[in-house]
Each structure stands twice: as structure tokens, then as C-alpha cells.
Design a protein around this ligand. Structure first.
Ligand code: NAP
Length: 209
């Protein structure tokens, strides 16, 4: 596929672009501030910032290009109608790592049997939003107003623990992302499945796993 990549020079972009190219995709990095002319491309991928992603997605949709978006900390819902009207796909996932999606799925199952849970999400200090999109999505799945604790420190990549407690027992479900290449499988899968999704907004990797 021919892909526009918003945020190609960022930490995730630098890890993902070579993997996408090795998988046979032709990737065009879009620089910040560039007026992107991406009409005719097959998809736009965005790993930028919560401030930039809505405008990037809107620009892609206006040019007839479906989107795969990993940027967290923004609300894609207002763009659902825009994508629908144009018969395009807007796929947004707070976490493209397959292991993290399984961690969320297992947490949802465990929540049926434990009365209380708290979420601890740990990310590199450069991460701009808190709590993380994955932590918020996990808390929604668990229900019961699970408290989220956010840790931002150098040395971390992306990690999350969900701790369940009941009388006399604890259950901890933990996922560690040790390298940003872990997001590549999910992005490749989203690109592969993009055309088979219904027009409009689809949220979450679990929807296509
Ligand atoms: P980062 O290192 O700060 O990279 C963001 C990049 O986007 C920077 O190179 C930045 O350029 C560029 N940028 C900003 N505005 C832009 C625009 N309007 N057009 C084009 N490029 C623009 O951040 P990151 O660690 O790569 O993370 C990026 C986003 O992905 C964050 O929201 C993060 O939370 C999210 N994320 C999601 C997942 C997932 O699985 N869904 C995984 C990891 C990260 P400058 O440096 O020049 O500002």
C-alpha cells in the first residue's frame, strides 16, 4: 500500500516506518507544518500528538484517504460522521500491541470475579497525555470506577499492571512493551483489514484481532 505517515520522525514513527517498508509498503513521511497532498494514497497512519492528530485525520479524510491512528489523548468521535459521509475508514487504537490487547481482555474477564481493581500505567517521561489511552480503555472494560495511577519516568517504554483484590488474594495482570516495534504487528494488521471495516470510526485492535 502507499501510506502517508504523520509523525514519521517521532519515536514510534522511527521504529515503525522501516518495519512497514520491509513488509512491502511504500511510506511517505509527513513533516510537521507540511500542507499534506496525500490524495491518491491508500491510507494515512498517525503517531503524532493529541493536538495534531485531529487535523491530520481531517486532512486525510478530506482528501479521500482512510486512516489508521495510534495517537492517544484526543476524541475521534466527531470525525465519525465525516468518514461515514465519504465512505472512508477511521481506525483508532489506543494500543497496537497484541500483548496489551490480550492484557485488557484478560482484565475484563477477571473483573467478573473480583470486587475491586486499580490500574497502574507506566510510560516514558516524554509521553504527553496521562492517564494513557490504554489505561482509560482498561478501566472502562473493568467498570466500577477503577482508579488509574500514572507513572512517568526515564527508562520506561510502555507498561501496565491491573491489580485485582478481594479478601485474602490479589491477582496481577501485567504487560511490558520493551521496544516500540511491538506496535508494528497491530498497525500492519489494521492496514490489511482497513478496507473490510465498515465506513466510519472503529476503535480498538480487539475489533480486528
Ligand atoms: P513523539 O516522539 O513525540 O513523536 C511525535 C512526532 O509527531 C514528532 O516527531 C513530532 O514532530 C511529530 N508531529 C507533531 N505534530 C505533527 C503534525 N502536525 N504533522 C506531522 N508530524 C507531527 O511521540 P511518540 O512517542 O512517537 O508517540 C506519538 C503518539 O503515539 C503519542 O500520542 C503516543 O501516546 C502514541 N502512542 C500510541 C501507541 C499505540 O499503540 N496506539 C503506542 C505508542 C505511542 P516534532 O518533534 O517536530 O514536534
Amino acid at each position: 500500500m502507499k501510506i502517508a505517515f504523520f509523525g514519521a520522525a517521532g519515536k514510534v514513527g522511527l521504529a515503525l516506518v522501516p518495519v512497514l517498508e520491509r513488509a512491502g509498503h511504500e511510506v511517505r513521511g509527513i513533516e510537521i507544518g507540511e500542507e499534506p497532498d496525500i490524495s491518491g494514497l491508500d491510507a494515512a497512519v498517525d503517531f503524532t500528538t493529541p493536538d495534531a492528530a485531529p487535523a491530520n485525520a481531517r486532512a486525510a479524510l478530506d482528501q479521500g484517504v482512510s486512516c489508521v491512528i495510534g495517537t492517544t489523548g484526543w476524541d475521534p468521535q466527531p470525525l465519525d460522521a465525516v468518514a461515514r459521509e465519504r465512505g472512508l475508514r477511521l481506525f483508532v487504537a489506543p494500543n497496537f500491541s497484541v500483548g496489551a490487547v490480550l492484557m485488557m481482555r484478560f482484565a475484563e474477564q477477571a473483573a467478573q470475579y473480583f470486587p475491586r481493581a486499580e490500574v497502574i500505567e507506566l510510560h516514558n517521561e516524554a509521553k504527553k497525555d496521562a492517564p494513557s489511552g490504554t489505561a482509560r480503555a482498561t478501566a472502562d472494560l473493568i467498570g466500577g470506577d477503577a482508579v488509574i495511577h500514572s507513572v512517568r519516568l526515564p527508562g520506561l517504554v510502555a507498561h501496565q499492571e491491573v491489580i485485582f483484590g478481594s479478601e485474602g488474594q490479589l491477582l496481577t495482570i501485567r504487560h511490558d512493551t520493551t521496544a516500540r516495534e511491538s506496535f508494528a504487528d497491530g498497525v500492519l494488521l489494521a492496514l490489511e483489514r482497513l478496507d473490510s471495516l465498515p465506513p466510519g470510526l472503529t476503535v480498538g485492535l480487539d475489533r480486528i484481532l
